[in-house]
Design a protein around this ligand. Structure first.
Ligand code: GA4
Length: 335
């Protein structure tokens, strides 16, 4: 285990990150889908409709890949701030610390954000690392990303199957094309500075938001802090489980299902004691992809489209002009 020697210590800009949180409801509502069960597709669809969020077990993902990437990521984040800053700012990709996006959002988090291309990742943000660390990190990243892309495809195909819509790849093909817009994020939530350890205020690690893409696949170490908003707007803590993956429905999947699936609002509230490390894959469509409810769904249900048509490039541009907590779908809703 790597010891975290250099947690961020910047003070003033953190004021925004301290906010009281609403009481979160008792956990235990997160649907668990066993991928080795006879009909996981039906369970997945139910979870996407009810919460837009579920956890998968028996997923067959090689645990050594996750462990290796976690080790390399922790080694990276334990480097000195000056070193890490050489890989920043994350506008849009690279190393970022506390600043999230372009519009003033702050969190008690440092991160690496990578674009997933069809070539193996050679992220410049890792250039400062000595060999063989840099190579080990790159290899672990690429292997993890190859495997998580496959998992995303499998889950999206199960969603189509569970909804009874054809073709089976109607969702998965959006994220499996060479031009598909996919990202990978490593978030490190460092422990709170010593002088604030007895503060009663909670710490916003990553403020509430929905993910703009189709699907997000999250894996975290055994630390608490992740919360989801349920239908009545209350926040529910998600108990950590380092052996499972957590799946989020993103905005574009909500649109493609004409609102049947729910893009889940989520956030990370850090208790400031245990360091948290998460790895998240985001699967989005190619920039020129026109997005709207699947015609076969509308035809079958006779529903009218709840959304205007737009391209992923339009949506992404609007997303990057928004604040984290904004409802990014409302300008695209049909009234
Ligand atoms: C949320 C989901 C992903 O982490 C992300 C984030 C992106 C960023 O951190 O640069 C955004 C955020 C996310 C949504 C609105 C905009 C863009 C920060 C922000 C304020 C990488 C993404 O795709 O959208």
């Amino acid at each position: 285990m790597v010891v975290l020697t250099n947690p961020p210590t910047e003070q003033l800009s953190l004021v925004d990150a301290y906010k009281p949180i609403a009481n979160a409801r008792v956990a235990g509502i997160v649907p668990v889908v066993d991928l080795s069960s006879p009909n996981p597709a039906a369970d997945i669809v139910r979870a996407c409709e009810e919460l837009g969020f579920f956890k998968i077990t028996n997923h067959g993902f090689p645990s050594d890949l996750t462990a290796r990437l976690e080790t390399e990521a922790l080694r990276f984040f334990s480097a000195g701030e000056d070193e890490k800053e050489k890989g920043g700012p994350a506008l849009p990709f690279g190393y970022g610390n506390k600043r999230i996006g372009y519009n003033g959002d702050m969190g008690w988090v440092e991160y690496l954000l990578f674009e997933i291309t069809s070539q193996p990742l050679p992220p410049a943000s890792l250039d400062f690392l000595d060999e063989p660390s840099a190579t080990r990190f790159r290899v672990a990243l690429n292997e993890y990303i190859t495997a998580v892309k496959r998992l995303a495809c499998e889950l999206l195909e199960l969603m189509a199957e569970g909804m009874g819509i054809q073709p089976r790849d109607c969702f998965s093909k959006m994220v499996m094309q060479e031009e598909s817009d996919r990202m990978f994020r490593l978030n490190h939530y460092p422990p709170r500075p010593q002088q604030q350890l007895n503060s009663s205020l909670s710490l916003t690690g990553f403020g509430e938001h929905t993910d703009p893409q189709i699907i997000s696949i999250l894996r975290s170490n055994n630390s608490s802090g992740f919360q989801i908003a349920v239908r009545d707007g209350s926040w529910v803590p998600v108990p950590p489980d380092q052996d499972s993956f957590f799946i989020n429905v993103g905005d574009i999947l909500q649109v493609m299902t004409n609102g049947r699936f729910r893009s889940v609002r989520h956030r990370v509230e850090s208790n400031g004691c245990e360091p948290r490390l998460s790895m998240i894959y985001f699967g989005g469509p190619p920039p020129s992809q026109v997005v709207g409810p699947l015609p076969q769904l509308l035809l079958r249900s006779g529903e009218r489209s709840r959304y205007k048509e737009f391209t992923w490039a339009d949506y992404k541009k609007a997303a990057y002009n928004s604040k984290l907590a904004d409802n990014r779908l409302s300008p695209f809703e049909n009234t």
